[in-house]
Write a protein that binds this ligand. Structure first.
Ligand code: SP5
Ligand code: ZN
Length: 361
Protein backbone atom coordinates (compact mmCIF):
# COMPACT_ATOMS: atom_id res chain seq x y z
CA UNK A 1 0.00 0.00 0.00
CA UNK A 2 1.23 3.47 -0.88
CA UNK A 3 1.68 5.84 2.06
CA UNK A 4 1.98 9.55 1.25
CA UNK A 5 3.71 11.78 3.80
CA UNK A 6 5.67 15.00 4.19
CA UNK A 7 8.45 15.93 6.62
CA UNK A 8 7.07 19.49 6.66
CA UNK A 9 4.07 18.18 8.62
CA UNK A 10 6.41 17.91 11.61
CA UNK A 11 6.99 21.67 11.77
CA UNK A 12 3.80 22.49 13.68
CA UNK A 13 4.75 22.00 17.33
CA UNK A 14 2.82 24.17 19.82
CA UNK A 15 4.12 23.78 23.39
CA UNK A 16 0.88 23.58 25.35
CA UNK A 17 -2.90 23.40 25.35
CA UNK A 18 -5.47 23.70 28.12
CA UNK A 19 -7.30 20.49 29.06
CA UNK A 20 -9.96 20.56 31.76
CA UNK A 21 -8.72 24.02 32.73
CA UNK A 22 -5.09 22.99 33.08
CA UNK A 23 -2.11 23.77 30.83
CA UNK A 24 -0.58 20.50 29.61
CA UNK A 25 1.88 19.54 26.81
CA UNK A 26 0.17 19.72 23.39
CA UNK A 27 -1.25 16.26 22.68
CA UNK A 28 -1.30 16.59 18.90
CA UNK A 29 2.51 16.40 18.68
CA UNK A 30 4.85 15.80 15.73
CA UNK A 31 5.92 12.58 17.42
CA UNK A 32 2.51 11.10 16.52
CA UNK A 33 3.47 11.22 12.89
CA UNK A 34 6.90 9.71 13.55
CA UNK A 35 5.32 6.82 15.47
CA UNK A 36 2.94 5.94 12.66
CA UNK A 37 5.56 6.37 9.96
CA UNK A 38 7.99 4.10 11.81
CA UNK A 39 5.39 1.40 12.41
CA UNK A 40 4.59 1.30 8.69
CA UNK A 41 8.15 1.48 7.39
CA UNK A 42 9.28 -1.24 9.83
CA UNK A 43 6.60 -3.69 8.69
CA UNK A 44 8.39 -7.06 8.49
CA UNK A 45 6.58 -7.91 5.23
CA UNK A 46 7.43 -4.50 3.70
CA UNK A 47 3.81 -3.97 2.65
CA UNK A 48 4.01 -0.18 2.89
CA UNK A 49 5.72 1.97 0.32
CA UNK A 50 6.37 5.42 1.76
CA UNK A 51 6.49 8.28 -0.69
CA UNK A 52 7.11 11.92 0.23
CA UNK A 53 4.85 14.46 -1.48
CA UNK A 54 6.43 16.94 -3.87
CA UNK A 55 6.71 20.24 -1.97
CA UNK A 56 6.14 22.20 -5.16
CA UNK A 57 2.58 20.92 -5.69
CA UNK A 58 0.26 23.98 -5.82
CA UNK A 59 -2.87 23.03 -3.94
CA UNK A 60 -4.43 26.43 -3.29
CA UNK A 61 -7.17 25.79 -5.88
CA UNK A 62 -7.95 22.46 -4.19
CA UNK A 63 -8.19 24.11 -0.77
CA UNK A 64 -10.47 26.84 -2.11
CA UNK A 65 -12.99 24.22 -3.23
CA UNK A 66 -13.56 23.57 0.50
CA UNK A 67 -12.51 26.63 2.51
CA UNK A 68 -13.41 30.29 2.06
CA UNK A 69 -10.75 32.56 0.64
CA UNK A 70 -10.81 34.93 3.62
CA UNK A 71 -10.20 32.00 6.02
CA UNK A 72 -7.20 30.68 4.08
CA UNK A 73 -5.83 34.22 3.82
CA UNK A 74 -6.31 34.56 7.60
CA UNK A 75 -4.38 31.35 8.29
CA UNK A 76 -1.52 32.57 6.10
CA UNK A 77 -1.24 35.97 7.75
CA UNK A 78 -2.42 35.23 11.30
CA UNK A 79 0.99 34.76 12.92
CA UNK A 80 2.72 37.79 11.43
CA UNK A 81 -0.30 40.06 12.08
CA UNK A 82 -0.42 38.79 15.66
CA UNK A 83 3.25 39.42 16.36
CA UNK A 84 3.04 42.85 14.73
CA UNK A 85 0.19 43.68 17.10
CA UNK A 86 2.33 42.68 20.10
CA UNK A 87 1.04 39.14 20.61
CA UNK A 88 3.24 36.49 22.19
CA UNK A 89 5.79 35.00 19.78
CA UNK A 90 4.79 31.49 20.86
CA UNK A 91 1.68 31.78 18.77
CA UNK A 92 -1.83 33.06 18.11
CA UNK A 93 -4.48 32.11 20.65
CA UNK A 94 -8.00 33.56 20.80
CA UNK A 95 -9.33 35.39 23.80
CA UNK A 96 -12.97 35.95 22.92
CA UNK A 97 -15.47 34.42 20.50
CA UNK A 98 -18.64 35.78 18.89
CA UNK A 99 -21.39 34.02 20.82
CA UNK A 100 -24.89 33.18 19.49
CA UNK A 101 -26.42 34.78 22.58
CA UNK A 102 -24.73 38.13 22.01
CA UNK A 103 -26.12 39.41 18.72
CA UNK A 104 -26.37 41.67 16.83
CA UNK A 105 -22.89 41.69 15.39
CA UNK A 106 -21.47 43.71 12.56
CA UNK A 107 -18.61 41.39 11.78
CA UNK A 108 -15.99 42.35 9.25
CA UNK A 109 -12.86 40.30 9.90
CA UNK A 110 -10.81 42.53 7.60
CA UNK A 111 -11.37 45.44 10.02
CA UNK A 112 -10.66 43.46 13.21
CA UNK A 113 -7.55 43.45 15.34
CA UNK A 114 -5.44 40.29 15.08
CA UNK A 115 -6.66 39.02 18.45
CA UNK A 116 -10.32 39.54 17.53
CA UNK A 117 -9.77 37.76 14.22
CA UNK A 118 -8.26 34.81 16.10
CA UNK A 119 -11.62 34.32 17.86
CA UNK A 120 -13.64 34.94 14.70
CA UNK A 121 -11.90 32.11 12.81
CA UNK A 122 -11.63 29.54 15.62
CA UNK A 123 -14.08 27.75 17.91
CA UNK A 124 -11.83 26.60 20.76
CA UNK A 125 -8.41 26.99 22.37
CA UNK A 126 -6.71 23.94 20.87
CA UNK A 127 -5.55 25.50 17.60
CA UNK A 128 -2.66 27.84 18.33
CA UNK A 129 -1.00 29.27 15.22
CA UNK A 130 2.78 29.25 15.54
CA UNK A 131 5.35 30.62 13.13
CA UNK A 132 5.45 27.26 11.32
CA UNK A 133 1.80 26.27 11.46
CA UNK A 134 0.84 27.48 7.99
CA UNK A 135 3.65 25.56 6.33
CA UNK A 136 2.69 22.37 8.18
CA UNK A 137 -1.05 22.57 7.46
CA UNK A 138 -0.36 23.23 3.78
CA UNK A 139 1.95 20.19 3.72
CA UNK A 140 -0.75 18.08 5.37
CA UNK A 141 -3.33 19.17 2.76
CA UNK A 142 -0.76 18.50 0.03
CA UNK A 143 -0.40 14.94 1.32
CA UNK A 144 -4.18 14.54 1.06
CA UNK A 145 -4.33 15.95 -2.47
CA UNK A 146 -1.46 13.82 -3.74
CA UNK A 147 -2.91 10.68 -2.17
CA UNK A 148 -6.28 11.39 -3.83
CA UNK A 149 -4.56 11.80 -7.21
CA UNK A 150 -2.70 8.53 -6.74
CA UNK A 151 -5.91 6.74 -5.80
CA UNK A 152 -7.62 7.93 -8.98
CA UNK A 153 -4.60 6.84 -11.06
CA UNK A 154 -4.49 3.44 -9.35
CA UNK A 155 -8.23 2.86 -9.68
CA UNK A 156 -8.01 3.32 -13.42
CA UNK A 157 -5.32 0.68 -13.77
CA UNK A 158 -6.29 -2.15 -11.38
CA UNK A 159 -9.39 -4.24 -10.78
CA UNK A 160 -8.94 -5.07 -7.07
CA UNK A 161 -10.17 -2.62 -4.42
CA UNK A 162 -7.36 -0.27 -3.95
CA UNK A 163 -6.25 1.63 -0.87
CA UNK A 164 -3.89 4.51 -0.14
CA UNK A 165 -2.93 6.06 3.18
CA UNK A 166 -2.42 9.81 3.50
CA UNK A 167 -0.32 10.42 6.61
CA UNK A 168 -1.87 13.81 7.30
CA UNK A 169 -0.94 15.85 10.36
CA UNK A 170 -2.24 18.25 11.66
CA UNK A 171 -5.57 16.42 11.33
CA UNK A 172 -8.60 17.94 9.63
CA UNK A 173 -12.10 16.70 10.45
CA UNK A 174 -12.98 19.44 12.98
CA UNK A 175 -12.09 22.26 10.55
CA UNK A 176 -15.09 23.82 8.79
CA UNK A 177 -15.43 26.06 5.74
CA UNK A 178 -14.14 29.08 7.65
CA UNK A 179 -13.14 27.92 11.12
CA UNK A 180 -10.40 25.94 12.90
CA UNK A 181 -10.68 23.93 16.12
CA UNK A 182 -9.85 20.60 17.72
CA UNK A 183 -6.22 20.56 16.44
CA UNK A 184 -7.60 20.97 12.87
CA UNK A 185 -7.00 23.89 10.50
CA UNK A 186 -7.62 22.60 6.97
CA UNK A 187 -10.06 19.75 6.38
CA UNK A 188 -7.77 17.29 4.63
CA UNK A 189 -10.52 14.70 4.07
CA UNK A 190 -12.87 17.26 2.51
CA UNK A 191 -10.10 18.58 0.27
CA UNK A 192 -9.36 15.00 -0.84
CA UNK A 193 -13.06 14.38 -1.56
CA UNK A 194 -13.20 17.35 -3.94
CA UNK A 195 -10.01 16.14 -5.64
CA UNK A 196 -11.54 12.71 -6.21
CA UNK A 197 -14.67 14.33 -7.61
CA UNK A 198 -12.82 16.69 -9.93
CA UNK A 199 -10.04 14.35 -11.05
CA UNK A 200 -11.74 13.21 -14.25
CA UNK A 201 -13.44 16.33 -15.64
CA UNK A 202 -14.79 14.42 -18.62
CA UNK A 203 -16.62 11.87 -16.43
CA UNK A 204 -20.30 11.70 -17.36
CA UNK A 205 -21.50 12.15 -13.78
CA UNK A 206 -19.72 13.64 -10.80
CA UNK A 207 -18.26 10.76 -8.73
CA UNK A 208 -20.07 10.09 -5.47
CA UNK A 209 -17.95 9.82 -2.34
CA UNK A 210 -18.69 8.38 1.10
CA UNK A 211 -16.74 9.57 4.13
CA UNK A 212 -16.49 7.07 6.97
CA UNK A 213 -15.29 8.94 10.07
CA UNK A 214 -14.04 6.54 12.73
CA UNK A 215 -12.22 9.07 14.90
CA UNK A 216 -13.54 9.04 18.50
CA UNK A 217 -14.78 12.62 18.08
CA UNK A 218 -17.56 13.81 15.81
CA UNK A 219 -16.20 15.40 12.62
CA UNK A 220 -18.21 18.59 12.90
CA UNK A 221 -16.18 20.25 10.13
CA UNK A 222 -16.72 17.49 7.57
CA UNK A 223 -20.41 17.42 8.47
CA UNK A 224 -20.76 21.17 7.96
CA UNK A 225 -18.89 21.21 4.64
CA UNK A 226 -21.08 18.53 3.02
CA UNK A 227 -24.33 19.07 4.92
CA UNK A 228 -26.40 20.08 1.92
CA UNK A 229 -24.48 18.09 -0.71
CA UNK A 230 -26.01 14.88 -2.06
CA UNK A 231 -22.78 13.92 -3.87
CA UNK A 232 -21.06 13.19 -0.55
CA UNK A 233 -22.36 10.83 2.14
CA UNK A 234 -20.90 11.49 5.60
CA UNK A 235 -21.19 8.85 8.31
CA UNK A 236 -19.56 9.11 11.73
CA UNK A 237 -19.11 6.80 14.72
CA UNK A 238 -18.23 8.88 17.75
CA UNK A 239 -18.72 9.36 21.48
CA UNK A 240 -22.04 10.85 22.47
CA UNK A 241 -21.75 13.98 24.60
CA UNK A 242 -17.98 14.37 24.38
CA UNK A 243 -15.95 16.98 22.45
CA UNK A 244 -16.90 18.90 20.24
CA UNK A 245 -20.09 18.76 22.36
CA UNK A 246 -22.54 20.65 20.13
CA UNK A 247 -22.77 18.42 17.06
CA UNK A 248 -23.03 14.72 16.29
CA UNK A 249 -26.62 13.93 17.23
CA UNK A 250 -28.50 11.35 15.19
CA UNK A 251 -31.12 13.96 14.27
CA UNK A 252 -28.54 15.79 12.12
CA UNK A 253 -29.30 14.11 8.81
CA UNK A 254 -28.41 16.77 6.23
CA UNK A 255 -30.46 19.53 4.66
CA UNK A 256 -31.80 20.58 1.26
CA UNK A 257 -30.68 18.14 -1.42
CA UNK A 258 -28.28 16.65 1.16
CA UNK A 259 -31.09 15.28 3.36
CA UNK A 260 -30.29 11.67 4.31
CA UNK A 261 -26.67 12.12 3.22
CA UNK A 262 -25.47 12.68 6.78
CA UNK A 263 -25.56 9.87 9.32
CA UNK A 264 -24.40 10.21 12.92
CA UNK A 265 -24.00 7.05 14.98
CA UNK A 266 -23.20 8.24 18.52
CA UNK A 267 -21.99 5.61 21.00
CA UNK A 268 -21.89 5.78 24.79
CA UNK A 269 -18.76 6.96 26.57
CA UNK A 270 -17.07 4.51 28.97
CA UNK A 271 -18.99 1.37 27.95
CA UNK A 272 -18.32 1.15 24.20
CA UNK A 273 -16.04 -1.81 23.47
CA UNK A 274 -14.96 -3.86 20.45
CA UNK A 275 -18.20 -5.73 19.77
CA UNK A 276 -20.57 -2.79 20.07
CA UNK A 277 -18.22 -0.73 17.96
CA UNK A 278 -17.98 -3.35 15.19
CA UNK A 279 -21.76 -3.87 15.18
CA UNK A 280 -22.22 -0.13 14.69
CA UNK A 281 -19.53 -0.10 12.02
CA UNK A 282 -21.63 -2.68 10.17
CA UNK A 283 -24.57 -0.26 10.22
CA UNK A 284 -22.31 2.41 8.76
CA UNK A 285 -21.09 -0.07 6.12
CA UNK A 286 -24.65 -0.96 5.15
CA UNK A 287 -25.54 2.73 4.77
CA UNK A 288 -22.44 3.29 2.63
CA UNK A 289 -23.30 0.34 0.37
CA UNK A 290 -26.87 1.64 0.01
CA UNK A 291 -25.48 4.98 -1.14
CA UNK A 292 -23.29 3.15 -3.72
CA UNK A 293 -20.39 5.60 -3.86
CA UNK A 294 -17.53 5.53 -6.36
CA UNK A 295 -14.93 6.19 -3.65
CA UNK A 296 -14.57 5.78 0.09
CA UNK A 297 -12.64 8.26 2.24
CA UNK A 298 -11.85 7.08 5.77
CA UNK A 299 -11.13 9.65 8.48
CA UNK A 300 -8.90 7.33 10.46
CA UNK A 301 -8.59 8.24 14.12
CA UNK A 302 -7.46 5.67 16.65
CA UNK A 303 -8.41 7.72 19.71
CA UNK A 304 -11.08 5.03 20.27
CA UNK A 305 -8.31 3.00 21.95
CA UNK A 306 -8.94 1.99 25.57
CA UNK A 307 -5.99 3.92 27.02
CA UNK A 308 -6.26 7.06 24.93
CA UNK A 309 -5.49 9.95 27.31
CA UNK A 310 -8.34 12.25 26.19
CA UNK A 311 -11.03 9.72 25.18
CA UNK A 312 -13.06 6.98 26.80
CA UNK A 313 -13.97 4.09 24.52
CA UNK A 314 -12.54 0.64 25.26
CA UNK A 315 -11.26 -0.67 21.94
CA UNK A 316 -8.24 -2.95 22.10
CA UNK A 317 -5.43 -3.34 19.58
CA UNK A 318 -6.80 -6.53 17.86
CA UNK A 319 -10.01 -4.65 17.03
CA UNK A 320 -8.23 -2.35 14.58
CA UNK A 321 -7.45 -5.04 12.02
CA UNK A 322 -11.07 -6.20 12.27
CA UNK A 323 -12.14 -2.63 11.47
CA UNK A 324 -9.81 -2.61 8.46
CA UNK A 325 -11.16 -5.97 7.22
CA UNK A 326 -14.73 -4.66 7.37
CA UNK A 327 -13.75 -1.56 5.41
CA UNK A 328 -12.20 -3.78 2.76
CA UNK A 329 -15.47 -5.74 2.49
CA UNK A 330 -17.12 -2.61 1.12
CA UNK A 331 -15.07 -3.24 -2.04
CA UNK A 332 -14.40 0.42 -2.81
CA UNK A 333 -11.29 2.35 -3.83
CA UNK A 334 -10.38 3.73 -0.43
CA UNK A 335 -8.40 6.72 0.75
CA UNK A 336 -7.44 6.62 4.42
CA UNK A 337 -6.44 9.90 6.07
CA UNK A 338 -4.92 10.14 9.53
CA UNK A 339 -6.96 12.07 12.12
CA UNK A 340 -6.73 11.63 15.94
CA UNK A 341 -5.13 9.16 18.35
CA UNK A 342 -3.00 10.17 21.33
CA UNK A 343 -1.85 7.02 23.12
CA UNK A 344 1.72 7.20 21.90
CA UNK A 345 2.84 3.70 22.86
CA UNK A 346 0.38 1.95 20.51
CA UNK A 347 -0.45 4.67 18.00
CA UNK A 348 1.64 3.16 15.22
CA UNK A 349 0.48 -0.37 15.91
CA UNK A 350 -3.20 0.58 15.93
CA UNK A 351 -3.07 2.59 12.70
CA UNK A 352 -1.10 -0.21 11.05
CA UNK A 353 -3.70 -2.66 12.35
CA UNK A 354 -6.46 -0.95 10.35
CA UNK A 355 -4.34 -0.87 7.19
CA UNK A 356 -3.16 -4.47 7.64
CA UNK A 357 -6.78 -5.54 8.05
CA UNK A 358 -7.73 -3.70 4.86
CA UNK A 359 -4.91 -5.29 2.90
CA UNK A 360 -5.94 -8.65 4.33
CA UNK A 361 -2.87 -9.93 6.12
C1 SP5 B 1 -8.54 15.35 15.74
C2 SP5 B 1 -8.97 15.18 17.17
O1 SP5 B 1 -9.01 14.05 17.67
N1 SP5 B 1 -9.22 16.30 17.87
C3 SP5 B 1 -9.65 16.22 19.22
C4 SP5 B 1 -9.54 17.51 19.97
C5 SP5 B 1 -10.01 17.35 21.37
N2 SP5 B 1 -9.70 18.48 22.18
C6 SP5 B 1 -10.42 18.62 23.39
C7 SP5 B 1 -10.26 17.44 24.29
C8 SP5 B 1 -11.19 17.49 25.48
C9 SP5 B 1 -10.92 16.32 26.37
N3 SP5 B 1 -11.89 16.22 27.38
C10 SP5 B 1 -11.84 14.98 28.13
C11 SP5 B 1 -13.21 14.43 28.39
C12 SP5 B 1 -13.12 12.94 28.55
N4 SP5 B 1 -14.42 12.34 28.53
ZN1 ZN C 1 -10.44 12.62 17.73
Amino acid sequence: MLVVHSPLCLLHDPPTEILSGKPVPYKESPDRLVRVRNALSNDPQRKYELTAVDDGLDILPDILRVHSEDYVFYLRRAYSDWVEEGGDKQGVLPESFPHPKLPPYKLDPAKMSAIARAGYYCFDLSCPITEDTFEAIMASARVAVRAAQLLVDGTQSTAAPHGIFALTRPPGHHAGTGVCGGYCYLNNAAIAVRCLQDAVPSAAAKPRVAILDIDYHHGNGSQEIFYSDDSVFYVSLHAEGDYPYFTGSSVEEGEGSGVKCNLNLPLPQHTTGNEQYLATLDLAGKAISDYSPDYLVVSLGVDTYKDDPICCFNLTTPCYSRIGARIRELGLPTLFLFEGGYCMEVLGENVKGVLDGFIGS
